[in-house]
Design a binder for this molecule. Sequence first.
Ligand code: HEM
Ligand code: HEM
Length: 222
Amino acid sequence: MKNLVKIWDSPTRLFHWLLVILFGFMWYSGETGNYLDLHMKSGMLILSLILFRLIWGFIGSTSSRFSNFISPVGAIKHALTLFKRDPEVNAGHNPLGGLMVIAMLVMLALQAGVGLFSSDLVLTEGPLFNLVDEETAEEMTDYHYLGFEILLYLTGLHVAAIVFYRIVKRTNLVKPMITGKADWPQDQAKPKLMFKNPFIALLVLIVSIATVFGGVTYLSGL
Ligand code: HEM
Ligand code: HEM
């Protein structure tokens, strides 16, 4: 019989899958140049989601808190046991995966941040394009291209790590990110996790969206 234990709250799961959908759209719209207006709006939504995740990493449920998965020493220890074929469950990200999570969040924030100043120098200008001179805007656009390359590598590594866990460690990480629950070994004590009310997350999300969209509108009028 399965011994299911809740490890991810709904806000963190929604955050993740929304990010995946938006990232796919950013890729399509950026590369083809179609829907660039929506590309910019969705990019600002990604920035809002990252701000939400940053705040949730301090005040959210136990498994979503940075303090629960940021541990450089833990990451080294984890790396040493990476090729052990035993199934492995964590009440959240393992410390090595945690580093990856931080790298992705920082890269996404930088990518969306420089996007605000980017331009194709023909038809489309980011909302803060006018705040910088043309040379800086060109540089920002170059960083926007480079940032995306880096993000593609990080995402590739991210998905490869998940496949590695499935095949080598026989651990399914995707299911808990969808359902919130992991199959916990019968012989291990269940983790003691605190889950925050999702309405608090909704409030944080609204504040994050208002901050990003309000802030950009204010700055673009300067
Ligand atoms: C279909 C492709 C993807 C799958 C199957 C997938 C799956 C997962 C899984 C299973 C986790 C939890 C890992 C763990 O248990 O430690 C996770 C976390 C994460 N993934 Fe993905 N992912 C995908 C694509 C992406 C993309 C495209 C991005 C962003 C560019 C992304 C960003 C993240 C982030 C930031 C986290 C940390 C979540 C948090 O703590 O808030 N993922 N992903
Ligand atoms: C994480 C969020 C974002 C991702 C993944 C992303 C991705 C991309 C990609 C792949 C391109 C095409 C690059 C190329 O032609 O090789 C692009 C172009 C562009 N992006 Fe983004 N972007 C993001 C956020 C933003 C934001 C927030 C804005 C502005 C509000 C923005 C504005 C632009 C503009 C103006 C272009 C056109 C540049 C050109 O065609 O020369 N992006 N983006």
